[in-house]
Design a protein around this ligand. Structure first.
Ligand code: IPD
Ligand code: CA
Ligand code: CA
Ligand code: CA
Length: 269
């Protein structure tokens, strides 16, 4: 059902990779013997995060041996313009608490641009995906897909804003601007992690933002938001390279939100 994209073979592979780890991660969700460790940055990681990334990396080394890979748990390997970016479980804190809002994020970045993204959330029974030029979709499989389109909300007072946590805004030096924005929108929600951005693509949320985010947290989300008609930049309005922080909107509200979060920067698009 999708228009042609030069990345359709890569999109198909990303779905195969997601299919192959969904059962594995689901079998560890709420498992009584789940092994939880604490990383040096004091965040949790489980055996499910590690084995999902190992499985994806193993399949990529067979199917795309020339491509580079970056994963949250096992770092970088290989060189070249094409790089697969993996967050084996986004929402590990939810995963360890038994909250079903977690997903495997798989992206292909070509020449620095995220061109394929698959977000698979088996505990929610949901999957979102996109390839550059062929639209963004959601559904349980390629065959049963719905095309995604961002909202047409044009006023902040009608907008829904979603984020992950309040941590990080103070360090960035604009907690007051962020809180001011949350007061002026219609609703503020903390759906968290990947879900805020997928809901922007669905048109259910109009603004998603985060002051601290790594490339592997967002690479898969960029094409899904952009192919649905949204805009995805840094909090300062840069289109890439991605990493550090993130702002995704329905496009219409983007420049207004950028101005609110950066009152001292004048020429933001
Ligand atoms: C976390 C999520 C969260 C963000 C954190 C990330 P993880 O990822 O993306 O939304 O606020 O900075 O570390 O560790 O659950 O993959
Ligand atoms: Ca993450
Ligand atoms: Ca993770
Ligand atoms: Ca983590």
């Amino acid at each position: 059902i999708q228009p042609a994209s030069s990345y359709n073979d890569d999109l198909r592979l990303a779905h195969v990779l997601a299919d192959s780890v969904d059962d594995q991660t689901m079998s560890r969700f709420k498992a009584l013997d789940l092994r939880i460790e604490t990383k040096p940055d004091l965040t949790p990681v489980t055996d499910a995060d590690k084995s999902a990334e190992e499985a994806i990396r193993g399949q990529l080394s067979r199917s795309r041996p020339r491509d580079a890979v970056l994963g949250e748990e096992f770092g970088s390997s290989g060189h070249g313009s094409r790089r697969w970016i993996i967050d084996p479980i986004d929402g590990t804190k939810n995963f360890v608490r038994g909250v079903p809002v977690w997903a495997t994020l798989i992206a292909l970045v070509d020449e620095g641009e995220p061109v394929v993204g698959v977000v698979s959330a088996p505990a929610l029974g949901k999957r979102w995906w996109a390839a550059k030029g062929s639209g963004a979709y959601m559904g349980k499989s390629l065959a049963a897909a719905t095309r995604l389109r961002v909202s047409d909300v044009s006023k902040l007072s009608d907008a829904s804003l979603s984020y992950s946590s309040l941590g990080g805004w103070k360090e960035r030096g604009n907690l007051d601007e962020f809180l001011g924005l949350t007061e002026d929108v219609w609703r503020t929600r903390a759906y968290g992690d990947f879900w805020s951005y997928c809901m922007v693509a669905e048109g259910s949320v109009d603004i998603a933002c985060e002051p601290e985010l790594n490339l592997y947290d967002m690479a898969a989300l960029v094409p899904i938001v952009v192919e649905a008609g949204g805009r995805f930049t840094s909090l300062e309005g840069q289109d890439g390279p991605f990493g550090g922080n993130a702002l995704a909107t329905n496009s219409i509200l983007h420049s207004e939100v950028l101005k609110r979060l950066n009152p001292n920067l004048d020429d933001l698009l």
